[in-house]
Design a protein around this ligand. Structure first.
Ligand SMILES: [Cu+2]
Length: 285
């Protein structure tokens, strides 16, 4: 049974540019509202850390320069304990932590809130590939997503192929995960063998995939942000851990509807040919 997953490319996202918001240094800003919120939180904490560093190192460097012996500084041997100072340097960090914890808790609650999702997909991790099983309107569609052939050939020892010549080396698959834009997509993640992690940086989405457990994750790629998004398994899962990439094709809801119809038609056809009477060769006596 072969599913025409690549047919999605003809339906919706032709012409949409590959999306990647990482600049190579900072956390990628991502394309979802959630990823923007995570980015803002990250930057808030980053600038608080910068301010603390400026104050602490500033005081330290000033003291080192100002109170040198060559400048006539004399060590203070009288002050061995100061309750006032201890209270101050305990209370200030606590206040800083509280200031950071409030927005962090708000964001975490939003990340965990899978209510009102419109499409659920069960994602199963395997050594070393991913399986996507759709529910709701796309119920019945199920397929594996494995490393694309060109990457797989190039990665072999002594393949003679320069990885630089392979487009999206180790970040492309045979059948991408197809989802609609403008839709709250909920993933139910589990594993068949060892711990993996499903991670697409541009969605601000990362979750452990653990055998015997079902973890939840949601994302909503806004309308107009259709395109190809790439991710990787983010938990060391064995020999070929680096060879089970994630590729998500985000297409418009209309294109997704057509894709679902196409997949279902393909499934019907496949099952029809499977159940058809098989003509066997006549065995001569
Ligand atoms: Cu892995």
């Amino acid at each position: 049974m072969k599913l025409n997953v690549t047919g999605a490319s003809m339906l919706g996202f032709a012409g949409s540019a590959a999306a990647n918001t990482s600049n190579g240094y900072n956390l990628p800003m991502g394309v979802t509202e959630m990823s923007h919120e995570i980015y803002d939180l990250h930057m808030l904490v980053f600038w608080i850390c910068v301010a603390i560093a400026v104050v602490v190192f500033g005081a330290m460097i000033y003291s080192l320069l100002k109170f040198r012996r060559s400048q006539g500084a004399v060590p203070d041997t009288a002050m061995v304990h100061s309750t006032k100072v201890e209270v101050v340097w305990t209370v200030i960090p606590v206040l800083i932590l509280v200031v950071m914890a409030v927005p962090a808790a708000e964001t975490i609650l939003k990340i965990e809130d899978t209510r009102g999702s419109e499409l659920s997909v069960r994602v199963t991790g395997y050594q070393w590939k991913w399986q996507y099983q759709y529910m709701n309107a796309a119920d019945g569609i199920s397929y594996f997503s494995t490393l694309s052939e060109d990457s797989n050939f190039a990665r072999q020892l002594h393949s003679g192929i320069d990885p630089k010549t392979v487009p999206n080396y180790l970040l492309s698959v045979d059948k991408p995960f197809v989802v609609p834009s403008g839709t709250k997509v909920r993933l139910l993640l589990t594993s068949q063998d060892v711990i993996h992690a499903w991670w697409v940086p541009d969605f601000g989405a990362k979750r452990d995939v653990i055998p015997g457990f079902i973890n939840e994750l949601w994302f909503n790629v806004p309308l107009g942000k259709e395109g190809t998004y790439r991710g990787q398994c983010a938990a060391l899962c064995g020999r070929d851990h680096g060879y089970m990439p994630i590729v998500v094709e985000v297409i418009t809801p209309d294109a997704f509807k057509k894709w679902v119809e196409q997949q279902k038609a393909d499934l019907k056809q496949a099952s029809a040919t499977e159940t058809a009477p098989v003509k066997t060769a006549q065995v001569l006596p």
